[in-house]
Design a binder for this molecule. Structure first.
Ligand code: FNR
Length: 364
């Protein structure tokens, strides 16, 4: 029994490393797009805005951040991941943006690994803790609280990833009490909770159900970026589940569905790759955008490359806003927009009333 436990602990830790290796080695992105290409923002007219006066600061967990972006949770839990998390934290600190941790399950199972997540010791940043929804059945609230305290987290992200778990050779399919567990932890844990997908998207039905709980926010984690099913398929000996590979709700659609049904804080993640994606997401009602894979790829080239990459995105956001004559993020949320096909048809089929969506989106 004891040996089996050690084996499982090591399995969680080495899987974290394997994920990073596979994610970096091949093109592990969806073929389907995030659908932001079908959102057309209509510029405000005749308002001369100078690039230097554009303000992209915003609030994240009620704290001011310098740009509406964050490093989405990726790693921790293996000795080799400490340096990666430190480099992410350095960039988050330099640019005054938040950072997420990868699943902290490994540090609950293995106290020796706490240090691989503990970046706030060196950098005073907004830090998001992380655990899988399936693990909420396994750990009690005190263990989760301790896990967050050990790294001085500012909030807890609960990732829900049924598609990944189905394909993962050692996947946990125990989602039976997922909703009740989320509800219970949101009622009893004194931390803000964000429920996040990891690339298959949150639907309006899920967002509506989550709206009835005390959670603080939703991260859409839509399709169009990193493809976790594809990554897990490479760790699997059979190719029997290849057909799930391109399954998921694209990020732009998931954002609109989530904004339609959920009244809290919303972030858009999943294939966010340009200033244009970010500006469109903000205009559609996102409070901020998360980015994962490109930041990991930059980190491999050196820690300053992360800052360089993010500064390019920040510059792109400002140029997009100048193009649209928007001085700040509030201006973006008042822009008119068109939605082109196929997204327009899909939203109609999903019974999303665009007038209702407009009025929700304009609430700042
Ligand atoms: C992730 N992601 C992730 N999410 C999570 O909640 N817990 C985790 O442990 C991880 N681990 C992880 C490892 C690596 C290497 C990557 C690239 C990503 C998912 C991540 O936070 C994000 O939701 C998706 O990757 C989609 O964003 P991108 O990569 O398309 O920008």
């Amino acid at each position: 029994m004891q040996n089996k436990k050690i084996e499982n602990n090591n399995q969680t830790s080495s899987r974290k490393l394997e994920h990073i290796k596979i994610a970096l080695k091949k093109n592990m992105e969806f073929k389907i797009t995030n659908q932001f290409e079908n959102i057309k923002l209509i510029p405000k007219i005749d308002k001369k805005i100078s690039y230097n006066n554009i303000d992209i600061s915003t609030l994240f967990l009620n704290k001011k951040i310098s740009a509406p972006i964050f490093i989405s949770g990726m790693t921790g839990g293996h000795e080799k991941t400490f340096k990666i998390n430190l480099d992410f934290a350095n960039a988050a600190y330099e640019l005054n943006i938040p950072m997420g941790l990868g699943s902290q399950r490994a540090m609950i199972e293995h106290k020796d690994l706490i240090y691989t997540y503990n970046v706030k010791k060196d950098y005073n940043i907004i830090l998001l803790g992380n655990i899988g929804v399936a693990q909420l059945s396994k750990y009690n609230i005190n263990q989760i609280k301790k896990m967050l305290e050990d790294v001085d987290a500012d909030a807890l992200c609960i990732h829900t990833n049924p598609a990944q778990e189905i394909v993962q050779p050692e996947g946990n399919l125990n989602f039976k009490n997922a909703f009740n567990n989320i509800k219970s932890i949101a009622n009893n844990l004194n931390y803000k909770i964000i429920v996040k997908e990891v690339g298959n998207g949150i639907s309006k039905e899920v967002a509506k159900e989550l709206d009835s709980t005390n959670i603080y926010g939703i991260d859409t984690g839509g399709a169009g970026g990193t493809n976790w099913v594809a990554i897990e398929l490479l760790r699997r000996s059979e190719s029997d589940l290849n057909f799930i590979k391109e399954w998921g709700i694209p990020t732009a659609q998931s954002l609109i569905e989530t904004k339609y049904a959920f009244n809290g804080f919303i972030t858009a993640t999943g294939g966010i790759r340009s200033g244009s994606d970010i500006v469109k997401a903000l205009a559609l009602g996102a409070d901020a955008c998360g980015i994962a894979m490109p930041i990991l790829k930059s980190q491999r080239k050196g820690k300053n490359e992360i800052i360089k990459y993010l500064n390019t995105l920040i510059m792109q956001i400002k140029y997009e806003m100048k193009k649209l004559n928007c001085r700040n993020i509030e201006d973006l949320k008042l822009l008119k927009f068109n939605i082109n096909n196929p997204l327009k048809t899909v939203l109609k089929q999903r019974h999303i009333d665009l007038n209702t969506f407009q009025s929700k989106r304009n609430k700042i």
